[in-house]
Write a protein that binds this ligand. Structure first.
Ligand code: AMP
Length: 217
């Protein structure tokens, strides 16, 4: 199963990806996580993209596309993948089609998680992350047991730089401008599945899995 998740930052792509990973036994490819790992590890790529990530802008297409092409060659992508945060622009989508064509593969479905700007700001400014294990919390919907400490590590939770309100609004507008044209792109290819992601996460996940089971049969 080869899936792309589209949706504004905070639409719930990461959480949904985890459900799809465990149901379909495919890897989760989050380009945002890959960049954050490179920054944390201080690699050459990390040094190149650090300030771009902090400002909430997009990393240039050539850098993202190359990283994705290398990732897709790894053996765990043999039976599929779920992309989260890629493609983000029409040129990236065209490149992804080209990469998959070379591998004689194609996408099975593109899921669009629909959400308003107001809901995105509310979700993201309340998101907290454990700096040690990466576990994600939300002060409204998924609170840690004690204050703002990780349930697993006891470490104080942090706010990602790009979850601050002004950066969140910038990322949302960038999404509307750069990524929404992808909805048209994939609609024309008859791959698009639209879902309202403002409702309960479990309902969203089971609706999508039901739809995807039909795509596969
Ligand atoms: P995310 O966690 O998906 O919101 O990504 C965090 C940041 O990584 C974004 O704000 C961008 O700076 C960068 N990034 C992730 N994926 C892409 C992509 N497909 N194209 C360009 N930049 C990206």
């Amino acid at each position: 199963m080869r899936i792309v998740l589209l949706g504004a930052p905070g639409a719930g792509k990461g959480t949904l990806a985890k459900d799809l990973v465990s149901y379909f036994k495919i890897p989760h490819i989050s380009t945002g996580d890959m960049f954050r790992e490179a920054v944390a590890a201080g690699t050459e790529l990390g040094r190149k993209v650090q300030s771009i990530l902090e400002s909430g802008s997009l990393v240039p297409d050539e850098i993202v596309n190359q990283m994705v092409e290398d990732r897709l060659k790894k053996p765990d992508c043999q039976n599929g993948f779920v992309f989260d945060g890629y493609p983000r622009t029409v040129p990236q989508a065209i490149t992804l089609d080209e990469i998959l064509n070379k591998m004689c593969k194609k996408l099975d479905a593109v899921i669009h998680l629909e959400i308003s700007e107001q809901a995105v700001v509310r979700r993201l400014t309340n998101r907290r992350v454990c700096p040690k294990c990466g576990r994600i919390y939300n002060l409204i919907s998924m609170r840690p047991k004690n204050d703002e400490l990780c349930d697993d590590c006891g470490v104080e939770l942090i706010i990602r730089d790009d979850d601050k309100e002004d950066v969140v609004r910038k990322r949302y507008h960038l999404y509307t401008e750069m990524t929404e044209p992808l909805i048209d792109y994939y609609q024309k290819k008859n791959l698009l599945v639209r879902v309202n992601s403002e409702i309960d996460h479990q309902i969203v996940a089971s609706q999508i899995i039901e739809r995807l089971k039909k795509v596969r049969t």
